[in-house]
Design a protein around this ligand. Structure first.
Ligand code: ADP
Length: 504
């Protein structure tokens, strides 16, 4: 058995390939950003071919840094930005258009019509998801309706649908030359097209979204041998792709939240808190999603409650790119520390509506509480606080749905490098925040799935032994400050509602 395992993480802003050893320690990584294509307000696209090329460059780059050959990897796990939708021609390998990214809101009228028709309840009950522009089903429908001739092409077998996992898997397992057209249960659970309990495409939902079944991939467990990696110049790599998990599910596995009641919060472009609820899908009344957390081969699926927040780290990028207030994301920390507090300023970055727990596609961003005294430092601090308050909204919903009172949350993701943000998070939540030694939990989780499927690791006990804490933050605010801050945050959120007039 080879000594190493690889994880390919195709994220929203970048792609990285990481190599781990048997102890779960990093051996090498290579990372590349890709273009964010913003053709109109509310539209966000990626170039699918650029993504595949970056995957290949990252795999080659990390192998060369570690001075390893492909065959020295026991397996590769794949994890991906979820919901982002690609349609391609499986005969030529050409995408039919750019990928529509999860943040894209062009499908708001499709979602609005669906709710108006009364079909929202069916979607919620069967998929665990509230109808929203976020999920892949609406994006697939939009492409079928808006690319001329696509439905006829689908009848000729010239259209394949995939979320990013499926698109990358198909390409890395041979593409037009025998590529595997499969997704895993976690990614399929984000389409609004899969029955959450049966783990199958649902005929009623397919007809609701007017989706021809022939474009859909097969659905498989997350830890499972999907296919052999095909690599230019190396016809027999022997390396299998043996795990697929959506990025947030991967981070949950990477944080070894494998027991009921364990939760993690990831701070990236958006924020995603997942709580393991076990073998039964728990429907949410408080505005969370019910989703598949993972399924290991031969075992029952494990479900999670999820609070997804669209804009957190990307609000920091907005300060950097649109306002030019900082030159790099980490600079926000010093700017936020140039003031003692946010000076009464609240920033609700509802750039693409609000996700959990509000699900308001008619919301748009606001900055409130400005006075002549307000400065850049206050806005920077309000941006960090917005990340924390949005997590508080989600934690409150989790408590309401699950009846569990969490004392500690495990955190990960790029923005957890910001210690000021982590302290604010403990203060605003009133719970302890713990960052593990390996914060690359998404990649780690993908490698865990692949390692379990191939016997590289023997069981979840091996994985639990890898986790250890790096640093913890404890709440320091007095309770009345915490309550007052949260009350004002909720007043600020109300001011975002209804800004976009969606029609009656
Ligand atoms: P993703 O996987 O979603 O692309 P990452 O986990 O790589 O995201 O995190 C990147 C996000 O974190 C970016 O949106 C960036 O603005 C934000 N970020 C990175 N470093 C910091 C920091 N020190 N403080 C605040 N935000 C940060």
């Amino acid at each position: 058995m080879a000594d190493f395992i690889g994880a390919l993480d195709q994220g929203t802003t970048s792609t990285r390939f990481m190599i781990f050893d048997q102890a779960g320690d990093e051996v090498a990584r290579h990372q590349l950003e890709h273009r964010q294509i913003l053709p109109r307000a509310g539209w966000v696209e990626h170039d699918p071919l650029e993504i595949v090329e970056n995957c290949q460059i990252c795999i080659a780059g990390a192998l060369s840094e570690a001075q390893l050959q492909l065959r020295e990897l026991a397996a590769i796990g794949l994890t991906n930005q979820r919901e982002t939708t690609v349609l391609w021609n499986p005969r030529t390998g050409e995408p039919w258009s750019n990928a529509i990214v999860w943040q894209d809101t062009r499908t708001d009228s499709i979602i609005h019509e669906l709710e108006k028709s009364g079909a929202g309840a069916l979607v919620r009950a069967r998929t665990g998801l509230p109808p929203a522009t976020y999920f892949a089903g609406g994006k697939l429908r939009w492409l079928l309706d808006n690319i001329e001739g696509l439905r006829a092409a689908a009848r000729r077998g010239e259209v394949a649908f995939g979320t990013i996992d499926t698109w990358v898997l198909w390409n890395l397992t041979g593409g037009i030359d025998g590529g595997v057209h499969v997704t895993d249960v976690t990614n399929a659970s984000r389409t609004m097209l899969m029955d959450l309990r049966k783990l199958r495409w649902d005929p009623e939902l397919l007809s609701l979204f007017d989706v021809p079944p022939e474009v859909l991939p097969e659905i498989a467990p997350s830890a499972h041998v999907f296919g052999h990696l095909r690599w230019p110049g190396e016809p027999e790599t022997g390396t299998v792709i043996a795990g697929i998990l959506g990025d947030q599910q991967a981070a949950t596995v990477g944080q070894v939240c494998l027991r009921v009641g364990q939760a993690k919060n990831t701070y990236g472009t958006g924020n995603f808190m997942l709580l393991n609820v076990g073998r039964e899908a728990v429907p949410s009344k408080a505005g969370l999603l019910t989703t598949v957390c993972y399924q290991f081969e031969g075992a029952a699926p494990v479900y999670a409650l999820e609070g997804s927040v669209a804009v957190t780290g990307s609000a920091v990028q907005w300060l950097r790119d649109q306002l030019g207030m900082i030159r790099s994301a980490p600079e926000i920390e010093a700017l936020a520390n140039s003031v003692e507090d946010s000076g009464g300023v609240y920033f609700v970055p509802a750039f693409s509506g609000l996700f959990a727990p509000y699900w308001r596609s008619d919301a748009r961003g606001v900055v409130v509480g400005l006075s002549r005294h307000s400065n850049r430092g206050h806005l920077a601090r309000a941006t960090l606080e917005a990340i924390c308050y949005q997590s508080r909204d989600v934690l409150e919903a989790m408590k309401a749905d699950s009846g569990l009172d969490l004392e500690t949350i495990k955190v990960d993701g790029g923005a957890t490098a910001n210690d000021t943000l982590m302290q604010l998070q403990a203060d605003i939540l009133g719970v302890n925040v713990v960052r593990p030694k390996v914060i690359e939990t998404t990649s780690l989780g993908a490698s865990y799935a692949a390692g379990l499927a191939t016997g590289f690791w023997n069981g979840t006990g091996d994985l639990e032994a890898h986790w250890s804490a790096d640093r913890s933050w404890h709440p320091t605010w007095a309770e009345d400050r915490r309550q007052e801050g949260y009350r004002n945050w909720k007043r600020a959120v109300e001011r975002t509602f209804g800004w976009i007039e969606l029609g009656s």
